[in-house]
Design a protein around this ligand. Structure first.
Ligand SMILES: [Zn+2]
Ligand SMILES: [Zn+2]
Length: 67
């Protein structure tokens, strides 16, 4: 499959691109991919390709922890 970032050919079901080092997502259900990190649902089967639950380690969201 081709990396969505650098368009280089990388091994199927790679979690990281070996050319540019960026994270790529492959749907665990149907092996469709690669998908961008922003993909919430697989466009092929409709399931969530992201492994991590959103409740855990939600550092990406802008949480205002004002103390
Ligand atoms: Zn790449
Ligand atoms: Zn899928």
């Amino acid at each position: 499959m081709k990396c969505i970032y650098c368009k280089n050919e990388i091994p199927t079901s790679s979690k990281f691109c070996m050319c540019c080092g960026k994270r790529v997502i492959v749907c665990p259900a149907c092996q469709y991919g690669p998908l961008p990190m922003v993909a919430v649902y697989c466009p092929n089967c409709g399931k969530k390709p992201v492994e991590k639950p959103e409740n855990e380690n939600s550092n990406m969201t802008t949480q205002k922890t004002v103390r």
